[in-house]
Design a protein around this ligand. Structure first.
Ligand SMILES: Nc1ncnc2c1ncn2[C@@H]1O[C@H](COP(=O)(O)OP(=O)(O)O)[C@@H](O)[C@H]1O
Ligand SMILES: [Mg+2]
Length: 232
Protein backbone atom coordinates (compact mmCIF):
# COMPACT_ATOMS: atom_id res chain seq x y z
CA UNK A 1 0.00 0.00 0.00
CA UNK A 2 1.44 3.41 -0.85
CA UNK A 3 1.19 6.44 1.38
CA UNK A 4 -1.76 8.18 -0.23
CA UNK A 5 -3.79 4.97 -0.26
CA UNK A 6 -3.16 4.39 3.43
CA UNK A 7 -4.21 7.97 4.21
CA UNK A 8 -7.49 7.55 2.32
CA UNK A 9 -8.17 4.29 4.16
CA UNK A 10 -7.41 5.94 7.48
CA UNK A 11 -9.72 8.89 6.82
CA UNK A 12 -12.64 6.89 5.53
CA UNK A 13 -12.55 4.47 8.45
CA UNK A 14 -11.55 6.82 11.22
CA UNK A 15 -14.74 6.40 13.24
CA UNK A 16 -14.64 3.41 15.59
CA UNK A 17 -11.97 1.76 13.53
CA UNK A 18 -11.07 -1.17 15.75
CA UNK A 19 -8.99 -3.90 14.14
CA UNK A 20 -8.98 -6.00 17.29
CA UNK A 21 -11.59 -6.06 20.01
CA UNK A 22 -11.62 -8.08 23.22
CA UNK A 23 -15.01 -8.19 24.92
CA UNK A 24 -14.97 -9.74 28.39
CA UNK A 25 -12.39 -12.32 27.23
CA UNK A 26 -11.45 -15.13 29.61
CA UNK A 27 -8.85 -17.82 29.05
CA UNK A 28 -9.04 -20.44 31.74
CA UNK A 29 -6.59 -23.31 32.04
CA UNK A 30 -7.51 -26.33 34.12
CA UNK A 31 -4.43 -27.74 35.86
CA UNK A 32 -5.58 -30.77 37.86
CA UNK A 33 -7.97 -29.37 40.46
CA UNK A 34 -6.77 -25.84 39.95
CA UNK A 35 -8.16 -23.29 37.52
CA UNK A 36 -5.80 -20.66 36.17
CA UNK A 37 -7.38 -17.49 34.84
CA UNK A 38 -4.71 -16.55 32.30
CA UNK A 39 -7.14 -13.89 31.03
CA UNK A 40 -9.83 -12.69 33.42
CA UNK A 41 -12.45 -10.69 31.53
CA UNK A 42 -10.29 -8.50 29.30
CA UNK A 43 -11.94 -5.56 27.52
CA UNK A 44 -9.62 -3.93 25.01
CA UNK A 45 -9.92 -2.22 21.64
CA UNK A 46 -7.00 -1.78 19.28
CA UNK A 47 -7.36 0.86 16.59
CA UNK A 48 -6.20 0.41 13.03
CA UNK A 49 -2.70 1.82 12.60
CA UNK A 50 -1.97 2.04 16.33
CA UNK A 51 1.30 0.94 17.97
CA UNK A 52 0.79 -0.49 21.45
CA UNK A 53 3.07 -2.07 23.99
CA UNK A 54 1.94 -4.42 26.72
CA UNK A 55 3.96 -4.54 29.92
CA UNK A 56 3.50 -6.43 33.15
CA UNK A 57 5.09 -9.09 35.35
CA UNK A 58 5.71 -12.65 34.26
CA UNK A 59 2.52 -14.72 34.39
CA UNK A 60 0.18 -11.72 34.06
CA UNK A 61 -1.29 -13.03 30.79
CA UNK A 62 0.60 -11.03 28.18
CA UNK A 63 1.47 -13.97 25.92
CA UNK A 64 -2.01 -15.42 26.27
CA UNK A 65 -3.53 -12.09 25.21
CA UNK A 66 -1.24 -11.99 22.18
CA UNK A 67 -2.07 -15.60 21.26
CA UNK A 68 -5.79 -14.81 21.30
CA UNK A 69 -5.12 -11.70 19.18
CA UNK A 70 -3.19 -13.86 16.70
CA UNK A 71 -5.95 -16.50 16.52
CA UNK A 72 -3.51 -19.05 17.90
CA UNK A 73 -5.77 -19.55 20.94
CA UNK A 74 -9.51 -19.16 21.40
CA UNK A 75 -11.14 -17.50 24.41
CA UNK A 76 -12.73 -19.86 26.95
CA UNK A 77 -15.45 -17.23 27.45
CA UNK A 78 -16.19 -13.87 25.88
CA UNK A 79 -15.67 -12.58 22.37
CA UNK A 80 -12.63 -11.67 20.35
CA UNK A 81 -13.26 -9.81 17.10
CA UNK A 82 -10.83 -9.20 14.24
CA UNK A 83 -12.04 -6.56 11.80
CA UNK A 84 -15.48 -6.95 13.37
CA UNK A 85 -15.59 -10.72 12.96
CA UNK A 86 -15.97 -13.05 15.93
CA UNK A 87 -12.99 -15.35 15.40
CA UNK A 88 -14.61 -18.20 17.37
CA UNK A 89 -17.31 -18.42 14.69
CA UNK A 90 -14.90 -18.62 11.74
CA UNK A 91 -14.05 -21.94 10.10
CA UNK A 92 -10.58 -23.37 10.66
CA UNK A 93 -9.80 -22.49 7.06
CA UNK A 94 -10.84 -18.87 7.49
CA UNK A 95 -8.83 -18.61 10.73
CA UNK A 96 -5.78 -19.99 8.92
CA UNK A 97 -6.31 -17.53 6.08
CA UNK A 98 -6.33 -14.60 8.51
CA UNK A 99 -3.22 -15.87 10.28
CA UNK A 100 -1.40 -16.26 6.98
CA UNK A 101 -2.55 -13.10 5.19
CA UNK A 102 -3.11 -10.53 7.89
CA UNK A 103 -0.97 -11.44 10.88
CA UNK A 104 2.78 -11.47 11.44
CA UNK A 105 3.48 -13.20 14.76
CA UNK A 106 6.81 -13.10 16.60
CA UNK A 107 6.87 -15.88 19.20
CA UNK A 108 8.47 -15.41 22.59
CA UNK A 109 10.46 -18.61 22.01
CA UNK A 110 10.97 -17.96 18.27
CA UNK A 111 9.51 -21.34 17.09
CA UNK A 112 12.07 -21.75 14.32
CA UNK A 113 12.37 -25.09 12.54
CA UNK A 114 15.70 -26.53 13.75
CA UNK A 115 16.41 -28.47 10.54
CA UNK A 116 15.88 -25.44 8.30
CA UNK A 117 18.35 -22.65 7.57
CA UNK A 118 17.63 -19.04 8.48
CA UNK A 119 16.60 -18.36 4.88
CA UNK A 120 14.40 -21.49 4.68
CA UNK A 121 12.69 -20.53 7.95
CA UNK A 122 11.79 -17.14 6.45
CA UNK A 123 10.76 -18.61 3.09
CA UNK A 124 8.53 -21.33 4.54
CA UNK A 125 5.43 -19.24 5.39
CA UNK A 126 5.68 -16.99 2.32
CA UNK A 127 2.47 -16.92 0.31
CA UNK A 128 4.50 -16.24 -2.81
CA UNK A 129 7.95 -17.71 -2.07
CA UNK A 130 10.50 -15.12 -3.13
CA UNK A 131 14.10 -15.88 -2.04
CA UNK A 132 15.31 -12.39 -2.97
CA UNK A 133 12.68 -10.75 -0.81
CA UNK A 134 13.40 -13.13 2.08
CA UNK A 135 17.14 -12.39 1.78
CA UNK A 136 16.36 -8.67 1.72
CA UNK A 137 14.61 -8.92 5.08
CA UNK A 138 17.43 -10.97 6.59
CA UNK A 139 19.95 -8.37 5.40
CA UNK A 140 17.85 -5.52 6.71
CA UNK A 141 17.88 -6.98 10.21
CA UNK A 142 21.64 -7.56 10.11
CA UNK A 143 21.88 -11.23 9.13
CA UNK A 144 23.74 -10.81 5.85
CA UNK A 145 26.11 -13.75 5.48
CA UNK A 146 24.09 -15.95 7.86
CA UNK A 147 21.32 -17.05 5.48
CA UNK A 148 22.50 -20.67 5.39
CA UNK A 149 23.02 -21.10 9.14
CA UNK A 150 20.78 -23.42 11.16
CA UNK A 151 19.10 -21.94 14.25
CA UNK A 152 21.53 -23.95 16.44
CA UNK A 153 24.41 -22.13 14.72
CA UNK A 154 22.95 -18.72 15.57
CA UNK A 155 22.93 -16.77 18.83
CA UNK A 156 19.64 -16.17 20.66
CA UNK A 157 19.54 -12.64 19.31
CA UNK A 158 20.14 -13.82 15.75
CA UNK A 159 17.41 -16.46 16.05
CA UNK A 160 15.09 -13.77 17.35
CA UNK A 161 15.83 -11.61 14.33
CA UNK A 162 15.13 -14.54 11.96
CA UNK A 163 11.75 -14.95 13.66
CA UNK A 164 11.10 -11.23 13.15
CA UNK A 165 12.02 -11.41 9.44
CA UNK A 166 9.65 -14.37 9.10
CA UNK A 167 6.82 -12.35 10.62
CA UNK A 168 7.31 -9.52 8.12
CA UNK A 169 7.64 -11.28 4.76
CA UNK A 170 3.94 -11.51 3.93
CA UNK A 171 3.41 -7.77 4.51
CA UNK A 172 0.96 -8.36 7.38
CA UNK A 173 -1.56 -5.66 8.29
CA UNK A 174 -1.17 -6.65 11.96
CA UNK A 175 2.11 -7.46 13.73
CA UNK A 176 1.99 -9.17 17.12
CA UNK A 177 5.40 -9.52 18.71
CA UNK A 178 6.04 -11.26 22.03
CA UNK A 179 9.12 -9.66 23.61
CA UNK A 180 10.75 -9.03 20.19
CA UNK A 181 13.83 -7.41 21.74
CA UNK A 182 14.16 -9.84 24.66
CA UNK A 183 17.38 -11.39 23.33
CA UNK A 184 18.80 -8.29 21.67
CA UNK A 185 21.52 -5.87 22.72
CA UNK A 186 20.47 -2.23 22.81
CA UNK A 187 21.80 -1.47 19.32
CA UNK A 188 19.86 -4.31 17.67
CA UNK A 189 16.80 -3.59 19.81
CA UNK A 190 16.80 -0.06 18.44
CA UNK A 191 17.15 -1.31 14.85
CA UNK A 192 14.20 -3.68 15.28
CA UNK A 193 12.03 -1.05 16.97
CA UNK A 194 12.95 1.37 14.17
CA UNK A 195 11.80 -1.15 11.55
CA UNK A 196 8.50 -1.68 13.39
CA UNK A 197 8.03 2.08 13.79
CA UNK A 198 8.57 2.61 10.07
CA UNK A 199 6.02 -0.10 9.17
CA UNK A 200 3.58 1.57 11.53
CA UNK A 201 4.20 5.12 10.30
CA UNK A 202 4.57 4.56 6.57
CA UNK A 203 2.32 1.58 5.92
CA UNK A 204 -0.21 1.93 8.69
CA UNK A 205 0.51 -1.54 10.09
CA UNK A 206 -1.21 -2.14 13.43
CA UNK A 207 1.36 -3.36 15.94
CA UNK A 208 1.25 -4.78 19.45
CA UNK A 209 4.44 -5.74 21.25
CA UNK A 210 4.86 -7.35 24.63
CA UNK A 211 7.97 -5.96 26.27
CA UNK A 212 9.87 -5.55 29.52
CA UNK A 213 12.12 -2.97 27.91
CA UNK A 214 11.12 0.65 28.66
CA UNK A 215 13.28 1.83 25.74
CA UNK A 216 11.28 -0.38 23.36
CA UNK A 217 8.00 0.82 24.86
CA UNK A 218 9.08 4.40 24.16
CA UNK A 219 8.74 3.71 20.43
CA UNK A 220 5.05 2.92 20.86
CA UNK A 221 2.04 5.28 21.13
CA UNK A 222 0.40 3.62 24.08
CA UNK A 223 1.48 1.40 26.97
CA UNK A 224 -0.95 -1.08 28.49
CA UNK A 225 -0.16 -2.64 31.88
CA UNK A 226 -1.36 -6.14 32.73
CA UNK A 227 -1.79 -7.76 36.16
CA UNK A 228 -3.38 -11.12 37.01
CA UNK A 229 -4.99 -11.67 33.62
CA UNK A 230 -6.40 -8.22 33.19
CA UNK A 231 -5.53 -4.72 32.08
CA UNK A 232 -4.92 -2.12 34.74
N1 LIG B 1 -0.94 -23.78 28.08
C1 LIG B 1 -1.07 -23.43 29.36
N2 LIG B 1 -1.51 -24.32 30.30
C2 LIG B 1 -1.66 -23.98 31.58
N3 LIG B 1 -1.38 -22.74 32.08
C3 LIG B 1 -0.95 -21.83 31.23
C4 LIG B 1 -0.77 -22.11 29.83
N4 LIG B 1 -0.33 -20.98 29.21
C5 LIG B 1 -0.23 -20.05 30.18
N5 LIG B 1 -0.60 -20.55 31.38
C6 LIG B 1 -0.64 -19.81 32.66
O1 LIG B 1 -1.41 -18.64 32.46
C7 LIG B 1 -0.82 -17.54 33.14
C8 LIG B 1 -0.46 -16.45 32.13
O2 LIG B 1 0.60 -16.91 31.30
P1 LIG B 1 1.24 -16.04 30.15
O3 LIG B 1 0.17 -15.51 29.28
O4 LIG B 1 2.29 -16.86 29.50
O5 LIG B 1 1.90 -14.83 30.98
P2 LIG B 1 3.06 -13.80 30.59
O6 LIG B 1 3.26 -13.87 29.10
O7 LIG B 1 2.57 -12.47 31.06
O8 LIG B 1 4.27 -14.23 31.34
C9 LIG B 1 0.37 -18.09 33.90
O9 LIG B 1 -0.05 -18.42 35.19
C10 LIG B 1 0.72 -19.33 33.10
O10 LIG B 1 1.36 -20.27 33.94
MG1 LIG C 1 4.98 -14.29 27.98
Amino acid sequence: MNNSESKITNNSQSISDNVLEFKEVWKIYQMGDEKINALAGVNLSIKKGSFTSIMGPSGSGKSTLLHVAGILDMPTKGTFLMNGKNTSLLSGKEQARLRRNEIGFVFQRFNLFPQLSALENVLLPMIEPDPEKAKGYLNKIGLRGKHAKLPSQLSGGEQQRVSIARALVNNPSIILADEPTGELDSKNAEIIMGILQELNNKEGVTIIIVTHNPLAAEFTDKIIEMRDGNIL
